[in-house]
Design a protein around this ligand. Structure first.
Ligand SMILES: [Zn+2]
Length: 247
């Protein structure tokens, strides 16, 4: 946001200090030295003056590493990247700094920038990683009652399950004694969620996601995140993405 005559206040996410608010003096002068480095998404090397007692720190210089030019020119990529930043802001605002979180955030943003196919899976990958890093990854390898794995259940022609959002586990239709049609989720959703948790970002682009699975994955993961993260609200950029995106 704008501050005083020529300054700006920004929220940045840093490797060394986590999330922080900074003032950039002179950022709105016609001939300022910052260029694209203060735009949303910019990956920068920043020079900061930090005083623990201050709420806002001082950013005096910024060297642009990437402004994600391909992402800026593509609707899907831009809105998903902005959703990822919003999510980062929500979950890191009061959190300790984390190298791993920083690295995953960068990896995902660069993967979106250089992707050759649909980037939606990368958003779910980021959500799965956030859930893992916050420490409430659900138990996804087998049914909470009979412990059968998803492939074992499939062999017995069981393909659906209910998800217990409080306990973070799923239960197959056989254990629930309900018919397949009454269960909320296709088991494939939990299989994909598990893969998104354990795989490296380079391998997730190969996960196939049809429209139905995508909608289920969105429903289960986003709601689960919201339940465990009181700060979490529906992401504005993602709402925009969904309302404008052609079917
Ligand atoms: Zn079961």
């Amino acid at each position: 946001m704008n501050y005083q005559e020529t300054s700006k206040i920004l929220t940045i996410y840093t490797r060394e200090f986590g999330s922080m608010g900074v003032i950039v003096k002179g950022a709105r002068r016609a001939k300022n030295k910052f260029g694209a480095s203060l735009e949303p998404l910019a990956h920068i090397n920043a020079i900061l003056y930090i005083k623990e007692s201050r709420e806002l720190q001082l950013l005096t210089d910024a060297e642009l590493i990437s402004s994600f030019t391909k992402t800026q020119q593509n609707f899907d990529r831009l809105f998903l990247s902005l959703s990822i930043l919003e999510l980062t802001y929500i979950v890191t605002r009061y959190a300790e700094r984390s190298n791993e979180f920083f690295d995953i955030l960068l990896e995902v943003l660069y993967a979106i920038e250089s992707a050759t196919k649909s980037v939606l899976i990368l958003f779910y990958y980021f959500e799965a990683q956030v859930i893992r890093l916050l420490g409430f990854k659900p138990s996804l390898v087998g049914c909470s009652e009979c412990s059968k794995s998803i492939p074992e259940l499939a062999q017995n022609d069981i393909r659906h399950a209910r998800f217990d959002f409080d306990r973070g586990s799923f239960t197959c239709t056989e254990c629930l004694s309900i018919s397949e049609g009454d269960a909320a989720f296709d088991l494939e959703v939990f299989h994909i969620w598990e893969q998104l948790t354990v795989l490296n970002v380079k391998n997730v682009m190969d996960i196939g996601l049809n429209r139905e699975l995508q909608s289920d994955l969105d429903r289960v993961m986003t709601r689960y995140l919201e339940l465990h993260q009181p700060e979490m609200r529906t992401l504005r950029a993602k709402q925009m993405f969904e309302s404008i995106r052609p079917e």
